[in-house]
Design a protein around this ligand. Structure first.
Ligand SMILES: NC(=O)c1ccc[n+]([C@@H]2O[C@H](COP(=O)([O-])OP(=O)(O)OC[C@H]3O[C@@H](n4cnc5c(N)ncnc54)[C@H](OP(=O)(O)O)[C@@H]3O)[C@@H](O)[C@H]2O)c1
Length: 249
């Protein structure tokens, strides 16, 4: 049976695949038939993701996205790909008066500079096939709303959403599509580590979501799969809010 959402015969690169949303994108994409190239910094957790991938012909590369030589290594080591989930990211909650250059540089370098440079190198080296698809994991923050202390993170994500639109236009000539997803609060390590709320406050906060819960990594992964698949072959330059209705209120 023809399934336009299938990723069969597609090779997909996922950054930040050692944890959270990226891990789910990788595992769920493998279930849809893709061959995966997964990257992350933590070798042990990357291996854990690798072991959970279904099917064969997967590759894992340990790489720190803030190091240009690691970005070059990824591009050198991978074959041509059909899809690219630009997902690695960090945050740090810091009020404006406490912002430091070192923290700002780390957030921008990981969330904005690295994904742009990796995209540039992949394109320059012809590593993304015609009809390929690039998906950025952006955020509600910086595009639709923001929480206290998220200014630097919002700046990094607003910038990457802007880049995604520019790249969508530039790469349309090669029929390479570029889209982004903008998740709200997703239950991952990133959210747990940076949350300033108590367990009780978190329970309470979920009630404010029209759909009454925080997101799970799979909620984002399924949307990314749509963008990576042929089902979205006439969709480029889009950003999709995945937020349980949070921004409706
Ligand atoms: N969770 C949310 O509520 C939420 C909401 C909106 C958007 N997002 C975005 O979703 C993406 C994934 O976040 P997550 O929630 O899944 O967080 P996570 O569980 O902390 O995962 C982050 C991933 O990024 C990787 N990473 C971070 N810095 C890196 C670096 N310098 N080089 C290479 N890899 C690096 C991590 O690798 P290692 O662990 O191996 O270092 C890890 O695989 C991020 O872009 C985040 O901004 C998350």
């Amino acid at each position: 049976m023809n399934n336009p959402f299938s990723l069969k015969n597609k090779t997909i690169l996922v950054t930040g695949a050692s944890s959270g949303i990226g891990k789910s994108i990788a595992v769920e994409s493998s279930k849809m038939g893709a061959s995966l190239i997964i990257t992350g910094r933590n070798e042990e957790r990357l291996e854990e993701t690798y072991r959970q991938l279904e099917g064969e012909n997967h590759l894992k590369i340990v790489a720190d996205m803030t190091k240009y030589e690691d970005i070059e290594t990824i591009v050198q080591e991978i074959p041509q790909i059909d899809g690219f989930s630009n997902n690695a990211g960090i945050t740090q909650v810091v009020l404006v008066k406490h912002i430091k250059q070192s923290i700002l540089e780390n957030i921008l370098s990981t969330n904005t500079v690295a994904p742009i440079l990796l995209t540039q190198l992949l394109i320059k080296n012809g590593k993304i096939r015609k009809n390929g698809s690039i998906v950025f994991t952006s955020s509600l923050s910086g595009n639709y709303c923001v929480h206290y202390g998220e200014g630097m993170y919002a700046a990094s994500k607003g910038a990457i959403s802007g880049f995604a639109k520019g790249a969508a236009l530039d790469l349309s000539k090669s029929n390479i599509r570029v889209n982004s997803v903008c998740p709200g609060i997703i239950n991952t390590n990133l959210f747990e580590t940076n949350s300033v709320l108590t367990k009780e406050e978190l329970e309470e906060k979920q009630k404010y979501f029209p759909l009454k819960r925080f997101g799970q990594p799979e909620d984002v992964a399924y949307a990314v799969i749509y963008f990576l698949s042929d089902a979205s072959s006439w969709v480029t330059g889009a950003d999709l809010k995945i937020d349980g209705g949070y921004t409706l209120l």
